[in-house]
Design a protein around this ligand. Structure first.
Ligand code: ADP
Length: 625
C-alpha cells in the first residue's frame, strides 16, 4: 500500500514509508489501551449483535415450512411475535453499540488532542518560526478527528462485520452448501473492485486533505490583518484570485475523481447481490422443485444473502478506512514525535531565585536546520538551507554584574536579537555557554537548570509586546496568577499606564489583543512592562521598540523602563539614546561578534563603529532628550 500512498507526496515523508504503518498500528493499539474496558464491552455486544442477524431468516424458514405450508396458524403468529422481539433487541443493541463506540472514539480524540497540544506548546521557538500556523492547526483539528473516526469505524466494522460474515456464511452453508458456494462465485468481483478502489482512494484522499489544508493556509495568511493590508497596498487581487482559483480547482478535480472511483465500487456493490440473488432463486428454485430444498430454506437463504451485503460493504470500506486512519494517525504521531530542540536535562537543578549575574562565554550559534526543528509538511515551499548554515554568533563573551544594564547596539542583522534569544534559552548555543547565577554562588549553564526556574529568573519584553485576546486583567495575571487587583494596579502605575486603563470604559476588564481594544505601540509596551513588573524577575531582557513613539509616549515608556529595570540585571537591545547613555556597558555587535565594549562616553571617544552608529542612529534623538 506504500505505492499508491506515496505517489504525489514527495514532500511528505510519512506517506512514502510503507513500513511505518505496522509501527503506527502498534502505537494506535497502545493509544487505545486505557479504553480497554469500554472496548471489551463494545466487542461483547458486537458479537451478540452479529449473531442475532441470522435469527430472523431462520425463523422465516420455520414460519414457511412449519407454519404456512402446514397451515398452522399458531406457529405463524408466535414466530411473527418472536421476530418482532428479536428486531427490538437488535435495535437496542445498535443504540448501545453507538454509545460505546462514541465513548471510545471521543475518548481517543480527547487523548490525541490534549497530547498534541501539550507537546506543541513545549516545542522550541525554532519550531514555530518554521511552521505555518494554519497547517499546524488543521493538523491538530482535522487529523485528530480523522484518526478517531477511522479508528472507531475500523473497530466497529472490522469486528462486527467479520463476525456477521462468519455467522451468516456458516448458516448459509448449513442450510445448503450447493447454493451458498454458487453465490460465492460472484463475490470475487466485489473484492477486486474494493482493492482497486481502496488503492486509488487512499492516494486521492490524502491529496485532497493536503489540497484543503493548502486552501486554508492561503486564507489564514491573506485574511489576517497583516496579510490583508499587504494585499491592499500592493493591489495584487487578480494574482491572488488566480492562485486561490488554481488551488481550489485542484481540490474540485480531486473531489470529482474521488466520487467516480467510489461509484465504481458502489456499482459493484449493487450488481453482485443482484446476480447472487438470481442464482439463489434460479438454482435453489430447481432444487426446491425437486424436493432437495424446502421453500422455507430457499427464502431463508435469499434473506441471509442480503444480510451478507452490509458486512461485505463494510469490510471493503474498512480497507479505505484503515488507510485513512493510518495516514491521519501518522500525521498526528509525526507531530508528537518531533522533539523539542530546547529540553530540560534529566537531573536539572533549580536556579536560585536571586540569580542576577549573567555571563556569555565564547558563545557561538547557528540557527537549526529545518529538518531539526520542523516538518516539511507543516511548512510551505522553500527552505533557506544555505542561509541556515551560517554561524550567526561567532564567539560572544561578556559578563553582566547584578543590577547592571547591558545595552546591545549594532547594525541590523548583527545578532542582537539572537543574543537575547540565547539568554532566555529560546535556543541553545551551539558552542560556548550562557551562564546565570547568584552573586555569591557559582554560575550555572542555562542548559543545566530547570526550564521553570530559568523562566522565573529571566523576564522578556519583546518588541511586539504580544497580548492574548483577553482582558487586561487576565493578560497581566498571566505573569503571576496569584496577583490581585491591587497588585495589578500597582504594576500598571509603575509602568505609567494606570491612567490609561482607568480611563477605559471597562477598566481592567477591557479586552485587548488581536481583535480587542486597539492599543498604541507605546501603550502596548507599557502594558507589557506592567506584566513584567508583576512577574518581577531578577533578570530582564528587553527589545526596545524601534517604531518611533510620540515624545509623550516616549517619556512614559522611558519612565516605565526606569521603574522596571531598577535593581534588575538587564540586557537591552537599545534603539534610544537615553537607553545607551544610561547603560553600564554597551556591547557593539557586528556580524556575530562583540566588536566594541564600553560606556557611551568611552565608545564615543574611541571613534569606532559606535561613533558611526551614534551619528546615524541615535543623534536624531538628541533633540528629544
Ligand atoms: P539583529 O537583532 O542584530 O538585527 P538577529 O539576531 O535578528 O540580528 O539576526 C542575526 C542573523 O541571524 C541574521 O543574519 C538573520 O538573518 C539570522 N536569523 C535570525 N533569525 C533566524 C532564524 N529563525 N532562522 C535562521 N536565521 C535567522
Amino acid at each position: 500500500m506504500g505505492g499508491p500512498l506515496g505517489r504525489g507526496y514527495r514532500t511528505d515523508r510519512s506517506a512514502v514509508d510503507a513500513k511505518l504503518s505496522r509501527r503506527t498500528v502498534r502505537r494506535v493499539v497502545a493509544f487505545a489501551a486505557p479504553h480497554r474496558p469500554v472496548i471489551a464491552g463494545f466487542l461483547a455486544v458486537t458479537v451478540l449483535d452479529a449473531a442475532i442477524v441470522v435469527v430472523n431468516p431462520l425463523l422465516i424458514r420455520h414460519l414457511i415450512d412449519d407454519g404456512i405450508l402446514r397451515k398452522d396458524g399458531s406457529v405463524v403468529t408466535w414466530l411473527a411475535v418472536v421476530m418482532v422481539l428479536v428486531s427490538l433487541v437488535d435495535a437496542s443493541f445498535s443504540i448501545v453499540l453507538g454509545w460505546l463506540s462514541s465513548r471510545i472514539g471521543e475518548g481517543l480524540i480527547y487523548d490525541l488532542r490534549t497530547r498534541v497540544f501539550a507537546h506543541v506548546q513545549r516545542m522550541s521557538l525554532a519550531f514555530f518560526t518554521r511552521t505555518q500556523t494554519g497547517a499546524l492547526v488543521s493538523r491538530l483539528n482535522n487529523d485528530v478527528i480523522g484518526a478517531q473516526r477511522a479508528f472507531t469505524s475500523v473497530l466497529s466494522s472490522v469486528v462486527s462485520n467479520s463476525i456477521s460474515l462468519l455467522v451468516v456464511g456458516i448458516t448459509m452453508l448449513a442450510l445448503s452448501w450447493q447454493v451458498t458456494l454458487l453465490c460465492l462465485v460472484t463475490f470475487p468481483i466485489l473484492f477486486l473492485a474494493s482493492r482497486w478502489v481502496g488503492a486509488r482512494l487512499a492516494g486521492l484522499t490524502r491529496e485532497q486533505m493536503n489540497g484543503n489544508a493548502d486552501l486554508g493556509n492561503v486564507m489564514t495568511e491573506r485574511f489576517n490583518v497583516g496579510g490583508a493590508l499587504l494585499l491592499k497596498l500592493f493591489g495584487r487581487r487578480e494574482e491572488e484570485d488566480d492562485l486561490y482559483d488554481q488551488k481550489a480547482a485542484v481540490v474540485r478535480d480531486l473531489g470529482v475523481r474521488i466520487t467516480v472511483v467510489s461509484r465504481v465500487f458502489y456499482a459493484a456493490m449493487v450488481l453482485v447481490p443482484s446476480l447472487a440473488t438470481a442464482l439463489v432463486y434460479g438454482v435453489g428454485g430447481h432444487l426446491a422443485m425437486s424436493g432437495a430444498l424446502s421453500v422455507g430454506t430457499l427464502l431463508a437463504l435469499a434473506t441471509l444473502l442480503l444480510r451478507l451485503l452490509g458486512p461485505i460493504q463494510g469490510l471493503s470500506n474498512v480497507r479505505v478506512d484503515v488507510m485513512t486512519a493510518l495516514v491521519s494517525f501518522d500525521r498526528v504521531f509525526e507531530v508528537l514525535d518531533l522533539p523539542s530542540t530546547v529540553q530540560e536535562k534529566p537531573g536539572a537543578v533549580a536556579l536560585p531565585a536571586d540569580s542576577t549575574v549573567v555571563e556569555f562565554d565564547d558563545v557561538r550559534f547557528r540557527y537549526p536546520l529545518a529538518d531539526e526543528v520542523s516538518l516539511a509538511s507543516l511548512e510551505t515551499v522553500t527552505r533557506r538551507e544555505s542561509a541556515d548554515n551560517a554561524e550567526v554568533l561567532r564567539g560572544v563573551s561578556f559578563r553582566a554584574e547584578p543590577g547592571q544594564m547591558v545595552a546591545l547596539v549594532g547594525p541590523s542583522g548583527a545578532g542582537k536579537t539572537t543574543i537575547t534569544h540565547l539568554m532566555a534559552r529560546l535556543y541553545d548555543a551551539t558552542g560556548g555557554a550562557v551562564r546565570v547565577g547568584a552573586p555569591d554562588g557559582e554560575l550555572v549553564d542555562v542548559r543545566e537548570v530547570t526550564l521553570q526556574s530559568l523562566e522565573d529568573v529571566v523576564g522578556y519584553v519583546t518588541q511586539d509586546a504580544h497580548m492574548f485576546h483577553d482582558t487586561i486583567r487576565a493578560n497581566l495575571r498571566y505573569a503571576r496568577p496569584s496577583a490581585d487587583d491591587q497588585d495589578i494596579w500597582d504594576a500598571l502605575a509603575a509602568a505609567q499606564v494606570a491612567d490609561l486603563v482607568r480611563g477605559l470604559p471597562d477598566g481592567l476588564d477591557t479586552v485587548v489583543g488581536d481583535r480587542g481594544y486597539r492599543l498604541s505601540g507605546g501603550e502596548r509596551q507599557r502594558l507589557a512592562i506592567a506584566r513584567l513588573l508583576l512577574k518581577a524577575p531578577p533578570v530582564v531582557v528587553l527589545d526596545e521598540a524601534t517604531a518611533h513613539l510620540d515624545s509623550e509616549s516616549e517619556h512614559a515608556v522611558q519612565r516605565a523602563l526606569d521603574e522596571a529595570l531598577v535593581g534588575r540585571t538587564s540586557l537591552v537591545i537599545a534603539h534610544r539614546l537615553s537607553t545607551v547613555r544610561q547603560a553600564d556597558q554597551i556591547l557593539v555587535v557586528d556580524a556575530g561578534r562583540v566588536v566594541e565594549h564600553g560606556t557611551h562616553a568611552e565608545l564615543l571617544a574611541a571613534g569606532g563603529l559606535y561613533a558611526d552608529l551614534y551619528r546615524t542612529q541615535f543623534a536624531g534623538d538628541e533633540a528629544a532628550v
